[in-house]
Write a protein that binds this ligand. Structure first.
Ligand SMILES: Cc1ncc(COP(=O)(O)O)c(C=O)c1O
Length: 409
């Protein structure tokens, strides 16, 4: 592969994370065991928890290791819902499917009422709509949830303002920070403190930012481990019952080696975050300039202001093309990118994020996401820009796929 431009799907593991993983796997011991090997495993696990906590601005005890970002989101959303009397869930449009599918499940099975809040044309949540949805009947709201940054178009949400609104009305807030982690500084306590309720009681009563999800494989750590930062003030019902590990919130023998590797990736990516943000933004700008020069009708999506988007994200609509055609043609030329949106039963689906941003179906279908990370170089961008004109010309010729399949006829 000449160029990997899909770090938001999964990032190559950092060499230090592989080394930490493999050496920790040679150590025997269940961290719940009392004997010395067990206590040694526990020490390694708790050191890993401390290191991850320090990259998220929270206390180690607030870090609950999970099997993925998706599991962290499920624990936060189902756990908060089951622990509270309110039935309304407030969520911006264009969320990740980990959130959308979880709240839709709660709607189908548990009597939740999901209210989807509008996004503006750059992908930012409408704070006035959020405030009026809450103010209509605060007591009926179970929780508020939002992305920190959108995984498709890279738009950063006004997290502190969302947290302040939630705190003001005494509501818990979950933030999905999976796409933001490693690209933007995440400060759990900082957001909580900056958004405390009018009576200053935020943090005591479980309102405001109480839960935040991250995942290791997006930052150069291994697949198979994520974390939910859960404030001590929050009450959630666990999804998994058993040995009572991790404050009874996530039973099951803990994966020490994965946690150690996650901690290595978290420490390294956080230590480099400022330099990497500058480096990636420069590469991203080179890519964006190159695309707009090569394809005159390409539309750049998301916030054009660098402070409002992830440094490693570029997202375009190519009118008249199917995103999947472009993806396949670029792949054949050795360049890995993403459409960002799902393919349902082999049929390309328009991007639900662009639809939530008010775009028509045609623009929402010709979408392509390029995401950069720690292995990205100028040569990757140049390989992509060299392959794009030919791939675009052929994708235009192929046009838009017939959405009626042979199964429908
Ligand atoms: C914003 C966001 N949330 C959640 C997830 C799910 O994370 P995981 O792949 O660790 O389950 C992803 C992964 O693409 C994501 O981008």
């Amino acid at each position: 592969m000449a160029a990997y431009l899909d770090h938001a799907a999964t990032a190559p593991m950092l060499a230090e994370a592989i080394e930490a993983y493999t050496s920790a796997m040679t150590v025997v011991g269940n961290p719940a065991s009392i004997h010395s090997p067990g206590q040694n495993a526990k020490r390694m696990l708790e050191e890993a928890r401390e290191r991850v906590a320090s990259t998220l601005g929270c206390d180690p005890i607030e870090v609950v290791f999970t099997g993925s970002g998706t599991e962290a989101v499920n624990l936060a959303l189902k756990g908060l819902f089951w622990a509270r009397p309110g039935r309304r869930i407030l969520m911006p449009g264009g969320e990740h499917h980990a959130t959308i599918d979880t709240v839709e499940w709660l709607e189908r099975h548990e009597g939740a009422v999901v209210e989807t809040l509008p996004l503006d044309e750059l992908g930012r949540v409408d704070l006035y709509a959020l405030e009026s949805a809450i103010a209509a009947d605060p007591a009926s709201v179970a929780f508020v949830t939002s992305l920190w940054a959108n995984n498709e178009v890279g738009t950063v949400q006004p997290v502190t303002a969302i947290a302040a609104l939630s705190a003001r009305f005494g509501l818990p807030l979950h933030i999905d920070a999976v796409a933001a982690y490693g690209q933007l500084p995440i400060d759990f306590a900082g957001v909580r403190n900056a958004s405390s309720g009018v009576d200053g009681s935020n943090g005591i009563d479980g309102s405001g930012l109480v839960a935040l999800s991250v995942s290791a494989h997006k930052i150069g750590g291994p697949v198979g481990i994520g974390a939910l930062v859960l404030s001590r003030a929050a009450t959630v019902e666990p999804l998994i019952h058993g040995g009572g590990q991790q404050r009874q919130l996530r039973s099951g023998t803990q994966d020490v080696a994965a946690a150690v590797s996650f901690a290595a990736a978290a420490s390294i990516s956080t230590a480099r975050i400022d330099d990497e943000a500058l480096r990636l933004a420069r590469l991203r700008d080179r890519l964006v300039d190159g695309v707009t020069t090569a394809v005159s009708d390409a539309v750049s999506n998301g916030d054009p202001n660098p402070s409002g988007r992830l440094p490693g994200n570029a997202h375009f609509s190519f009118p008249g093309c199917e995103g999947d055609s472009l993806l396949f043609l670029l792949d054949a030329a050795g360049v890995a990118v993403s459409t960002g949106s799902a393919c349902q039963a082999g049929i390309p689906e328009p991007s639900h994020v662009l639809r939530a941003m008010g775009r028509g179906e045609l623009e929402a279908r010709g979408a392509l996401r390029m995401t950069l990370g720690h292995t990205s170089t100028e040569a990757d961008i140049d390989a992509f820009l060299a392959a794009l004109p030919g791939a675009h010309a052929r994708a235009v010729l192929a046009g838009l796929a017939d959405r009626v399949t042979s199964f429908d006829r």
